[in-house]
Every structure is written in structure tokens, then in C-alpha cells.
Design a binder for this molecule. Structure first.
Ligand SMILES: C[S@@+](CC[C@H](N)C(=O)[O-])C[C@H]1O[C@@H](n2cnc3c(N)ncnc32)[C@H](O)[C@@H]1O
Length: 253
């Protein structure tokens, strides 16, 4: 059985395993940033929206929300959740490097290191360019990314076995590749079913680390304006051992 990347088995347990908690935690931080930058958006694009947690929370507040993701399985969960909550989100099945929207938005976000899955610098510039195309004048793009430090040293070549919840056991192996600045994570999730039986779900995720300089140049190359970056969840300048950075850019047109 080969591993998927955000395949059906993983999509089914993503929220239950606690991965949706990150984007829930990001919502008040996004609010603080919007307040500081004096933007009151009406429409929002959630890039690589996954199971739609942030998109749905934002739509519940009355914003017009688009969610783009390339995993049909993750979007399937997102659609079911929004139907259950009776909120309208336009989910679009697409790669974030070439998505199409019917209109421009005021704010674009991408949460939980989704942009680290873009493994080539030129492709990251394509994503930024795509965002610029769909951002209104003075619209903002806010996203968080794992740092090169974390990809290189935080995960390293480690191996661990742990219960992520009382009924999901995880075996995780990490392999760092110096040439590409990527870490590939291989997961085996053992998800408890009835009668003490466990279903095995295999996932393989590769993330690339970028320096702040690389991100700043990539943003500027796309035509967006780099505004600032912080240690995620704070307003402090990132340090050499910061693990996650929150970036802010603007479409000055
Ligand atoms: C860590 S999850 C984050 C999901 C969601 N933003 C959250 O906060 O829970 C990463 C998501 O990025 C999506 N993704 C990765 N690369 C992508 C690409 N090139 N185009 C579209 N979606 C992508 C995956 O399918 C997955 O749903």
C-alpha cells in the first residue's frame, strides 16, 4: 500500500486528530493583524484550505469566502462541514499555482505551512502571482510558513511513535535533504475502529524551507509588496531559531 498526500484516510481523521486546531487559533491573530493594518475585508480567499475550518469560521462571520485546495478528499470533508453548519463557502478544487476565481477578493490567507509544500522557488512566485491577480487594490495576503531552521533542525532525521489522541497512534519518520532544503515526513496513522481493530493510513509529506530573504524576493518578484513578517502568533521580529513565521504582503497594483 503506497502513501498518499492528504488522501481519503487522512482527510477523514484530520480534524479528529487535532490538526484543525491550528487554523482556529489563527483566526484571532488574523483579526489583530487586520486591525493593525486597518483592513475590513468583505471577501476572503483561503488558499490550501484543507478541511475548510478557517474558511467556514470566516464565512460564519458574514464574509464571502473562497477555499482552494488540490485534495478532493480534504474538500469533500470541507463541503460536508459547511453544509452541516449551513454556511456558504465556494470551494474550488485546484492547485494553488494555477487556480481561477470568478472575482477579486480583499484578503487572501494561507494557513498551517501550506506554502511549504511548494518545493520550487519559481513555483512559489507563481502562487504569489496568482494571488496578486485575484487581490483587489490594497488587498492583503497573509500566510504562515515553517522556517528553514525548523525544516532542517526542528524535524531533522528523527523518528517517533506517539498517541496523537487516545484512539490514533502515529509512527512518524523524518528525512532531511540538504540539497533541496526539504524534509520528507512519512506517517503511519493507526486509527482505532470497532472491536480494538486499527485501520492503517499512510501519508507522505514533503515541505521545503525558505529563508525570509527568499520569501521577500519571491513576493516582490510577483509584483506584490512585502509588508512585514513576525514570529507567528506574536508581533516580534523572527529570530534565527524561530520555527514559524507569519508573512504579510499587499497588492499595491
Ligand atoms: C497542513 S494542511 C493545511 C490545511 C488548512 N489550511 C488548515 O489550516 O488546516 C495543507 C493543505 O495544503 C494543501 N496543498 C498542498 N499543496 C497544494 C497545492 N499545490 N495546491 C493546492 N493545495 C495544496 C493540501 O491538500 C492540504 O489540504
Amino acid at each position: 500500500m503506497s502513501a498518499s498526500t492528504y488522501g481519503e484516510g487522512f482527510a477523514q481523521v484530520y480534524d479528529r486528530a487535532g490538526f484543525s486546531a491550528f487554523s482556529e487559533r489563527m483566526i484571532p491573530y488574523l483579526d489583530q493583524n487586520l486591525e493593525r493594518l486597518n483592513l475590513q475585508p468583505q471577501s476572503i480567499l483561503d488558499l490550501a484550505c484543507g478541511t475548510g475550518t478557517a474558511a467556514i469560521l470566516l464565512a460564519q462571520r458574514g464574509f464571502k469566502v473562497y477555499g482552494v485546495d488540490r485534495s478532493e478528499e480534504m474538500l469533500e470533508i470541507a463541503r460536508k462541514k459547511s453544509a452541516k453548519e449551513r454556511v456558504q463557502v465556494e470551494f474550488v478544487l485546484s492547485d494553488i499555482r494555477n487556480f481561477v476565481l470568478p472575482e477579486k477578493v480583499d484578503l487572501a490567507i494561507s494557513l498551517y505551512d501550506s506554502l511549504n509544500y511548494i518545493l520550487e522557488r519559481e513555483e512559489l512566485v507563481s502562487v504569489f502571482g496568482r494571488v496578486k491577480r485575484y487581490l483587489k487594490e490594497n488587498g492583503l495576503f497573509m500566510f504562515d510558513m515553517n522556517t528553514l531552521y525548523k525544516i532542517k533542525y526542528g524535524w531533522d532525521n528523527s523518528f517517533r511513535v506517539f498517541w496523537i489522541t487516545h484512539d490514533i497512534l502515529v509512527i512518524e519518520g523524518n528525512a532531511y535533504d540538504q540539497e533541496s532544503n526539504t524534509t520528507t515526513k512519512n506517517f503511519a496513522f493507526f486509527v482505532k475502529k470497532k472491536d480494538e481493530l486499527f485501520e492503517r493510513v499512510l501519508e507522505e509529506h514533503t515541505e521545503r524551507g525558505y529563508t525570509i530573504d527568499e520569501i521577500e524576493r519571491g513576493v516582490e518578484d510577483s509584483g506584490l509588496q512585502f509588508i512585514d513578517c513576525y514570529e507567528c502568533f506574536t508581533f516580534k521580529q523572527p529570530q534565527s531559531n524561530t520555527g514559524r513565521i507569519f508573512y504579510i504582503c499587499r497588492n499595491t497594483v
